[in-house]
Design a protein around this ligand. Structure first.
Ligand code: UDP
Length: 234
């Protein structure tokens, strides 16, 4: 698993945003994986998932604090978290400023709708190329739509690894686009779920807040984060 850390973005959040903005401005193509220990555990077990992390056009950024701390303990110069939620907001701002188009896929129907309305209201220059909730969609049709509309930004909120697999099937159909798997970000940005208070984020305890709010996350946390602690140095 140690080799996966080589793939982690080593710059600051500001540098990564600058890079992303440049790729967007140049109509380039990029996959962003907002990784946490779960992503590395998945990649360790599943070569199909791992191959996505190793693609030339993929940037793997450290979303989870567990990954930042593990990387630092292995002496990798990983600076700070670059989260899916913050990245969504940044990309929406870019889309608004540059008049770029966005394709949204994922989350529950009412949340996807609320998120779309929120974008229309707060980012009026961003063009919505398509917006679909994440339940029982015909993904072949969605891929065709992405190929036809050629969005500048594709945000996929299905949870990992499904979001990365979907993205991987889309990228070869288009010449350009920033494709990001953003987990539960639509839930937060639609206003349906609250993000942890800033003191939790500052103290690197956002994970604790999420477990306290949704205790069913505990098993997932144990399987991915606790086991990760014993595994990542191997
Ligand atoms: N989701 C979806 N379709 C599914 C299963 C999940 O759209 O079949 C959505 C779910 O509604 C949520 C997101 O995927 O918005 C996953 O969120 P989660 O909080 O599990 O992701 P995390 O941020 O923990 O990676």
């Amino acid at each position: 698993m140690k080799e996966l850390f080589e793939r982690l973005y080593k710059g600051t959040k500001a540098e990564f945003y600058e890079h992303t903005k440049k790729v967007l401005g140049e109509s380039g193509k990029m996959i962003i994986v907002t990784a946490n220990p779960e992503a590395f555990m998945l990649a360790d077990k599943d070569s199909k998932y791992k191959n996505i992390l190793y693609k030339d056009i993929t940037c793997v950024v450290p979303d989870g604090i567990g990954l930042v701390k593990a990387a630092q303990s292995l002496n990798y110069p990983v600076n700070e978290r670059i989260t899916g939620v913050d990245l969504c907001v940044f990309l929406l701002e870019c889309a608004d400023n540059q008049g770029k188009s966005i394709f949204l896929y994922g989350a529950k129907p009412e949340i996807a709708e609320a998120f779309k309305e929120n974008i229309e209201k707060n980012y009026p220059n961003a063009k919505i190329a398509g917006a679909y909730h994440g339940y029982n969609q015909n993904e072949e049709k969605l891929k065709e739509e992405i190929a036809a509309t050629k969005p500048d930004i594709v945000l996929v909120a299905l949870g990992m690894p499904r979001q990365e697999f979907f993205i991987n099937e889309c990228v070869d159909l288009v010449e350009k686009g920033i494709f990001v798997g953003v987990g539960g970000s639509f839930d937060v940005l639609s206003g349906a779920k609250k993000r942890a208070p800033s003191i939790f984020i500052k103290l690197n305890l956002e994970w604790l807040y999420r477990i306290a709010k949704e205790p069913k996350r505990l098993k997932r946390f144990y399987d991915n984060n606790v086991k990760f602690i014993f595994k990542y140095k191997k």
